[in-house]
Ligand binder design. Structure first.
Ligand SMILES: Nc1ncnc2c1ncn2[C@@H]1O[C@H](COP(=O)(O)OP(=O)(O)O)[C@@H](O)[C@H]1O
Ligand SMILES: [Mg+2]
Length: 252
């Protein structure tokens, strides 16, 4: 069974139909890219997966999203459980700027009762910062505010914060769009490392980035899923003319 199975997913903002009958399966321990031009519905698709979309009162969703076989839209489901399955990293790094580096990672596990005592929490924070390739750079500054970090470091802190909650899958919405090339390539390296233990979905409007990092890729265009498959296949032998035009840079 794939980790995530999306079927007949539709989404609207008011009357505007922005996701049109999406069917998609996301296998485990891979990097799955969702690519497409700006405005095609990529962020909406991510937010439909972890039910962040319903925070917008204008948004409406129909269809199914299953994680490990469990429908996140079922009436019986606990919404906090759903959100915990998905770690989320946004386009603009959004650590809590006034909280310390340590507390940015610790706050989630503390609030969710994932640790029994301070030493377990210390261990978890260290583990998450190591996993996010940040520990060595911050281990002597754990009490300093997150706002002192560079953009790339802040994004890795956000990844550590997500990891500390032990999600099944990490959703990254254009995680490098606001970073310089060096910081961006660090995040890409980190993603390749993380896929040993996690499944990562990255949204990108940049087909080169999808080609560099992903194992599977889906091409979304005007709310429709045009093509999905192994990245090597989609980039070398796209089935659809639209995909071909997109990957060579003729769209978007
Ligand atoms: N909060 C919103 N209210 C109304 N329309 C929205 C909202 N967010 C996005 N849209 C529209 O939905 C479509 C898909 O947006 P989005 O999922 O953000 O695309 P992408 O992430 O691919 O750029 C776009 O046409 C966008 O203008
Ligand atoms: Mg977006």
């Amino acid at each position: 069974m794939s980790l995530v199975e999306i079927s007949n997913l539709n989404a609207w903002y008011g009357d505007k139909h922005v996701l049109k009958n999406i069917n998609l399966e996301i296998p485990r321990n891979i990097i799955f890219a969702i690519m497409g031009p700006s405005g095609c519905g990529k962020s909406t698709l991510l937010r439909a997966m972890n039910r962040l979309l319903e925070l917008n009162p204008n948004a409406k969703v129909s269809g199914q999203v299953k994680i490990d076989g469990i429908d996140v839209y079922s009436d019986k489901i606990d919404i906090t459980w759903v959100r915990r399955q998905f770690g989320m990293v946004f386009q603009i790094p959004n650590p809590f700027p006034h909280l310390s580096i340590y507390d940015n990672v610790a706050i989630g596990p503390r609030m969710n009762g994932l640790v029994k005592n301070k030493s377990e929490l210390d261990q978890l924070v260290k583990w998450a910062l190591e996993k996010a390739y940040l520990w060595d750079e911050v281990k002597n500054d754990l009490k300093k505010p997150a706002s002192m970090l560079s953009g790339g470091q802040q994004q890795r802190l956000c990844i550590a914060r997500a990891l500390a909650l032990k999600p099944k899958i990490i959703l990254m919405d254009e995680p490098t769009a606001n970073l310089d090339p060096v910081a961006a390539s660090k995040i890409e390296e980190l993603m390749l490392e993380l896929k040993e233990d996690y499944t990562i979905v990255i949204v990108t409007h940049n087909p080169q980035q999808a080609a560099r990092v992903s194992d599977y890729v889906a091409f979304l265009y005007m709310g429709e899923l045009i093509e999905v498959g192994e990245t090597s296949q989609v980039f070398t032998r796209p089935v659809h003319k639209l995909t071909e035009r997109y990957v060579v840079g003729k769209i978007g």
